[in-house]
Ligand binder design. Structure first.
Ligand SMILES: Cc1cn([C@H]2C[C@H](O)[C@@H](COP(=O)(O)OP(=O)(O)O[C@H]3O[C@H](C)C(=O)[C@H](O)[C@H]3O)O2)c(=O)[nH]c1=O
Length: 351
């Protein structure tokens, strides 16, 4: 039985990766390590929590002694590392937290792997799940980030992810560890904390609150359904060459304002509102500091080498996502109230 450590498995993308691995590979033991910050939620994994090949461990990757003892007791065959502070706006107000979790936390995991895997590096894989934001920003046009694009991070968040990518490559070169990195575009889907554009807007539209659009809403993101990302991670973990990097994206660029207008249309229909009613909630607010204009990712290496493709058209995926939030009212109410409330309110009222 292979034992795989998935860090950040109670978060948005992490929970989809955990679910996929637990259900697809009954002969693997999946250990989910999560600190359960505001963005980590065991409710995201209720449907698989009693599976015999799943185990949850609460802990912080910044705590090196704890990480070492976990590696000593568990004898992992591989790591898929997703634990990270991920919200760009929060990185602008509190950069140090991002350095600690994203950089120091990653180095702690690499050090533990180096110590406890040193006799059989070749059989154990360290997979770092990263972001396309490390590449910086593009102008409007048709050019895209490839795996060869030079790193040019702008926000404290993307600088911390770029740094952790560099550490992973440095450990591969220096200690000959088997590592892989993937850099993915914006994800959307179920279990997304409503601080991010799509779930925040769904929740605000539902409650007739303003939808905050930064600047003029002209910024462009490439959106990928989170379950397609989880499938890409599965394929890359199992098939990518040692030391490789793969970009993951949806070939699905949207200006924020166009995306929100589409979302408003879907929400009008789902909530039985007159068409155009939800759009009235659009409110232009102060722009994000250092706001990257455009991300567009060339995922052709992944498509050609490992035969992966996005499965869903965006309109269909967005509608599925809206349905999920409307059907899972208890989940949404929970993460916007009680202990979570100030995290949601902070994002929503900051602007
Ligand atoms: C929350 C919010 C955002 N925006 C704008 C800012 C961005 O241009 C776009 C998406 O913002 P969001 O914060 O949802 O996501 P990004 O800043 O693109 O970053 C996300 O995608 C990458 C790949 C990661 O790696 C990040 O971890 C992930 O958070 O909407 C608004 O206009 N209003 C809002 O209220």
């Amino acid at each position: 039985m292979k034992k795989i450590l998935i860090t950040g498995g109670a978060g948005f993308i992490g929970s989809h990766v955990v679910r996929r691995f637990v259900t697809t590979y009954p002969d693997y033991e999946i250990v989910n390590l999560d600190k359960l910050t505001y963005a980590g939620n065991l409710e995201n994994l209720r449907d698989i929590e009693n599976q015999p090949n799943y185990k949850f461990v609460k802990g912080d990757i910044v705590d090196a002694a704890f990480i070492n003892s976990l590696f000593e007791t568990e004898a992992f065959d591989g790591v898929i590392h997703l634990a990270a502070e991920s919200h760009v706006d929060r990185s602008i107000t509190n950069p140090t937290e991002f350095v600690m979790t994203n950089v120091v936390g990653t180095v702690n995991l690499l050090n533990a792997a180096r110590t406890y895997w040193k006799d059989n590096y070749g059989e154990k894989r360290f997979y770092h799940v990263s972001t396309d934001e490390v590449y910086g920003t593009l102008g409007e046009g048709t050019d895209m980030f490839t795996e060869e694009t030079a790193y040019d991070p702008h926000s404290p968040y993307s600088a911390s992810k770029a740094s952790s990518d560099h550490f992973v490559r440095a450990y591969a070169d220096t200690y000959k560890m088997d590592t892989v990195i993937s850099n993915c575009s914006n994800n959307y889907g179920s279990y997304h904390f409503p601080e991010k554009l799509i779930p925040l807007s769904i929740n605000n539209i539902k409650h007739n609150k303003p939808i905050p659009i930064y600047g003029k809403g002209e910024n462009i993101r490439d959106w990928l359904w989170v379950e397609d990302h989880a499938r890409a991670i599965d394929v890359i973990y199992h098939q990518a060459e040692s030391g490789s990097t793969y970009n993951i994206g949806g070939h699905n660029e949207w200006k924020n304002i166009d995306l929100i207008k589409l979302l408003c249309k879907i929400m009008d229909r789902k909530l039985g509102r007159v068409e155009g009613e939800s759009e009235k909630l659009i409110t232009y607010v102060t722009d994000r500091a250092g706001h990257d204009l455009r991300y567009a990712i060339d995922a052709s290496k992944l498509e050609k080498n490992l035969n992966w493709k996005p499965s869903l058209q965006f309109e269909e995926g967005l509608e599925k996502t809206v349905d999920w939030y409307l059907e899972n009212e208890a989940w949404l109410n929970n993460v916007t109230s009680g202990n979570y409330q100030h995290y949601y309110e902070e994002q929503y009222t900051n602007r």
